[in-house]
Ligand binder design. Structure first.
Ligand SMILES: Cc1cc2nc3c(=O)[nH]c(=O)nc-3n(C[C@H](O)[C@H](O)[C@H](O)COP(=O)(O)O)c2cc1C
Length: 146
């Protein structure tokens, strides 16, 4: 177990209606920076909201989170959960995108609890559910970046 393996789950609201180019730009920066810092995770975009999960060594992860928090493309940055984990849920994803179109229509992910203004989230089951979903999709939802 690594006490230094930290995770952070937050949600935020896009300032402008999101277009594909903005999301591609965010993912490109993530794929450039996150491997350098040993940070993995996913970004989920739904109805103008971001849900992002980051995991990795604490210090670089918090540096990235501070940078993201200041990004003017979104607002209402709200940390839903943070803490330590024993192992990574997304070891192969420098930053994978999990699309909303094909989320399950039942179960934890269908509830879209993170969209509520006062989300009361039990983070680990939610993160596990995303990881299981991502695995079932066989990584197809990771946006290709040139
Ligand atoms: C919702 C959202 C998620 C982001 N996720 C990441 C991320 O995981 N890693 C990252 O380096 N930048 C991320 N960014 C972009 C940062 O805010 C910032 O623009 C970028 O890190 C700057 O990188 P650069 O100094 O290489 O240009 C995200 C931005 C937004 C709006």
């Amino acid at each position: 177990m690594s006490a230094d393996l930290f995770f952070l789950l937050y949600r935020s609201t896009a300032r402008r209606p999101l277009d594909r180019a903005t999301v591609t730009d965010i993912l490109a920066a993530s794929l450039h920076n996150n491997p350098r810092d040993g940070v993995t995770g996913f970004l989920h975009v739904d109805r103008g909201c971001f849900l992002q999960y980051l995991e990795g060594p604490r210090a670089p992860l918090l540096r990235i989170a501070t940078r993201i928090n200041k990004d003017r493309r979104h607002t209402d940055f709200r940390i839903l959960a943070e803490g330590t984990i024993d192992e990574r849920f997304f070891p192969d994803w420098d930053m994978g995108q999990i699309a909303s179109e094909n989320l399950p229509t039942d179960g934890l992910l269908a509830e879209r609890s993170w969209l509520r203004s006062e989300p009361d989230i039990d983070p680990l089951p939610l993160i596990r559910a995303f990881a299981a979903h991502a695995n079932r999709q066989d990584g197809l939802d990771i946006a290709p970046i040139d």
